[in-house]
Design a protein around this ligand. Sequence first.
Ligand SMILES: [Zn+2]
Length: 242
Amino acid sequence: MTELKYLNEQYLYEDKGKIEQIGKWEDGRDFVVLVSTIFYPQGGGQPFDQGIIKSEVVSFTVEEVRFKDGVVYHVGKYESGIFTVGDEVNEMVNIERRMLNSRLHSAGHLVDIGLGNLGYKSLVPVKGYHFPDGPYVEYQGEANFPEEFEKQLEEELDRIIATNQGTKAFVVESKSDLSKYCNFIPDYIPEGKPIRVVILFGEKGFPCGGTHVKSSNELVKVYILQVKSKGGNTRVRYELDK
Ligand SMILES: [Zn+2]
C-alpha cells in the first residue's frame, strides 16, 4: 500500500521519496511505485497529477498517475537511466496543473454548496467531472428552476468566494461520524473504515480524497454556464475564470 501523502499535505509539491517497485504498465510504458507519494492519482472526478521523479542520475517523467488496489502507479518514461528498488528520489509535482485541478475540483464543491444554500437540497450528487474540458456536477433528481437561475446561482457563489474562508481536511474514524459534518453521505462509503472529511469555506463538509484550494478567494470567479434537468437528472455546467 502506498502512503498517500497528498491527503494530509495537500500543498506539498516537492518531497523526498524512495523507490519500492518498478515495472511495465499495461500499455507498455514504464511505471514507478514509491513508498509514499505526493502525486494525486486520478479519481473522484479529478484528473491525475504530472511531474518528475528524479535521483542524482535518473530522471523519470510522470505522465499519468493511477490508483489500483491500494498502490499508486506513476506511469511515464525515463529521460535518463533506470531506477533500482531502494533508490532515494525527489518527487516534483507540476504545480500549475495541480493548482488548476484543485481549483476545478473545489469549484465543483462550491456549486454543490451554492445549490444547497438556495434550497435545492433534494438533488442527490452522483457525479463530478472536474476536468478542464467542460467541467460539470450531476445530480439525481429534477427541479423546477426559475428563469435565469444560472445568474442567481452564480451570485451565491460570488458571495461565498468573497467571504475568503479556508478549507480544512481531517479524518473521522467511521461512517457514522460523517453525519456531524456532511449533509450527504454516499452509499459507496464503507462502514468501519477511517474516512477523510473536507470542510470548504466554513460551509459544508464532504467525504473526499481530492485536493482543494486553501481558501475560497483562490477560485476568483466561477461561471455557471447551464443548469438543466432532463431524464431524471440535473446537470450544472460551470467554468473557471481564465
Ligand atoms: Zn473534494
